[in-house]
Design a protein around this ligand. Structure first.
Ligand SMILES: O=C(O)C1=C[C@@H](OP(=O)(O)O)[C@@H](O)[C@H](O)C1
Ligand SMILES: C=C(OP(=O)(O)O)C(=O)O
Length: 421
């Protein structure tokens, strides 16, 4: 059995930072993610005048909440590549009684949309000015408090618009009612609702309507669980390796993150999965089956599945993942491009990809600066040694130590025969 310690969840860390910043009192976060995305979020908070103090070798972050709003009346915030930073922080400052805040992001993040969110903020009376292109970074928020009210939101492109508005709700005078017309990545909204509850706010959900009461958050002590999307590479590595087992502590059957359901997909393909209270284990089968799977809820793990798919005995068809085209890169195209370069037969449509069985030959992976493309094809590389990447360092977005951790797993397995052989 190989035990892998996975760094903290990006999504949980970003929400915890938002909620802590807005809460009454001091929040203590244990085991936050330390990566480019979460550092960018914390840096953004510091720029806005919220204090994030690091302790215990950076394993604990203390945040002094400011329910009254940012400490700075004006600030420039650079959101790097992080969509949680680029979409959540404008919502955090929008309810401030006054202030002018400018946001910008990397070229990659500038290409990604946030129009439905900024339109909703305008509907609430916030002054939003887009710098170059409507619905994209850079942008400026001129805040003068938000009364609250009713919104209709299309979150069919990204659930992060809804998360941002839900977390903003308690900071408005009268609260918010949000009717959602479309929603992708729904389990991320469940994370938001569960964490808002932990910080003292109960959102009422009736079908597609979310009612958020006013009143603000309270500070708490909060332990961040390991990142389930990051864990997918290690679970996939086990699934590709007959007789090998990977156990991830801290991600058990009650985990918050929807991406834990990636192991259900591996199970359908033939892997053995054990879901305990405090850990999940995946054991590699002799053979992997092909399948057709809808990944709308867990689309960050689409590239992980695409990268192991050639080793299944039948075709793997992944459906309902149109929004992976507006992530760090167009992930459907990037997966297809790299699989073809490996010699694998692939087809794609507007919202699907189908991968036929093959025998990948190592190549240089074209990453498009996307951490998930690197980490996914590293898994393919377990059976096609010699893989290289045009930008291996882009893993820093969510897991700066990925290459070392993955090499350690490979070395451990190389040194000992698998169980049952
Ligand atoms: O809210 C979040 O933390 C996230 C929501 C998802 O995005 P979309 O809702 O844009 O699919 C996911 O892909 C992203 O990595 C993190
Ligand atoms: C899509 C992702 O990130 P984000 O949208 O938070 O930038 C991701 O981490 O795969």
């Amino acid at each position: 059995m190989t035990v892998i310690e996975i760094p903290g969840s990006k999504s949980v860390t970003a929400r915890a930072l938002f909620l802590a910043a807005a809460a009454r009192g001091e929040t203590v976060l244990r085991r936050p993610l330390r990566s480019d995305d979460s550092e960018g979020f914390a840096e953004g908070l510091s720029r806005l005048g919220y204090a994030v103090v690091r302790e215990d070798g950076d394993r604990v972050w203390r945040i002094a909440g400011r329910p009254e709003g940012p400490g700075e009346a004006e600030a420039d915030v650079y959101c790097r590549d992080g969509a949680t930073t680029a979409r959540f922080l404008p919502a955090l400052v929008a309810a401030a009684p006054s202030g002018s805040y400018r946001f910008d992001a990397s070229a990659q993040m500038r290409r990604r949309p946030l129009g439905p969110l900024t339109r909703a903020l305008r509907d609430l009376g916030v002054d939003v000015t887009h710098g170059e292109r409507e619905g994209h970074h850079p942008l400026r928020i001129d805040a003068h408090g938000i009364k609250g009210g009713h919104l209709v939101l299309d979150a069919g492109e990204s659930s992060q618009y809804l998360t941002a508005l839900l977390m903003l709700g308690p900071l408005t005078e009268e609260g918010l009612t949000i009717d959602v017309t479309r929603l992708v990545s729904a389990p991320y909204v469940d994370i938001t609702l569960a964490m808002m509850r932990d910080f003292g706010v109960e959102v009422v959900r009736e079908g597609d309507r979310f009612t958020v009461p006013p009143g603000g958050y309270r500070a708490v002590e909060y332990a961040i669980e390991p990142d389930a999307s990051t864990a997918s590479y290690f679970f996939a590595a086990a699934a590709l390796s007959p007789g090998r087992e990977v156990t991830v502590p801290g991600l058990g059957r009650h985990a918050l993150q929807g991406d834990t359901a990636f192991v259900d997909v591996l199970e359908r393909m033939g892997a053995e999965v054990v879901r305990a209270d405090g850990a999940t284990t995946v054991r590699g089968p002799r053979r992997l089956r092909g399948l057709t799977v809808n990944m709308r809820d867990i689309s960050d793990t689409m590239p992980t599945l695409a990268a192991v798919a050639p080793y299944a005995e039948g075709p793997v068809r992944i459906e309902d993942v149109a929004n992976t085209r507006v992530k760090e890169c167009d992930r459907l195209d990037a997966c297809a491009e790299n699989l073809r370069a490996l010699g694998v037969d692939v087809s794609t449509g507007p919202d699907w990809i189908e991968i036929r069985p093959g025998a990948p030959r190592a190549t240089e992976i074209t990453t498009h600066g996307d951490h998930r493309i690197v980490m996914s094809f590293a898994v393919t590389g377990l059976r096609a040694p010699g893989m290289t990447y045009d930008d291996p360092g882009c893993v820093r977005k969510t897991f700066p130590g990925f290459h070392e951790a993955f090499a350690a797993l490979r070395d451990t397995w190389a040194a000992e025969p698998p169980a049952g052989t």
